[in-house]
Design a protein around this ligand. Sequence first.
Ligand code: ZN
Length: 140
Amino acid sequence: MNYMSKALASELLKASEICKHHVEEEGGLILNRGDEFVFVPVQNIYKGTPTAAGLYETEQSDFTGRVFPLLKEGWKFYASFHTHPSFSPNPSGLDLNVLFQGFKHNYIYAPKPETFSYTTWGVEGQFTQYFNRNTLYAIQ
Ligand SMILES: [Zn+2]
């Protein structure tokens, strides 16, 4: 795993605790300002539908309402975050081609194996690493 600060580790743990629906994928954004990180939950556009079991996409008005005020306070986009309650933390094709576009850092949390995936973009394209939830407890 790449270097991870205590502040980021604790926000990732918080995100995994907030987004704990057993069936539907949930998520949001991680913003940063200097050394600070904050997880901002954003509703899944598919919330309440069967599609939410396999797909997370940010609901636009919830996104605007929650994230824009923070951008005005100097926070910047850092990472995308969403859960895979029923699947492994492997990014799907849609994750890679749609959701992750525009984010340098992308995290997925899968509660069943209690494992996060981290996907970023290098010179040879995207690559993904995996780490256990316990790793974050040790860091924070
Ligand atoms: Zn996904």
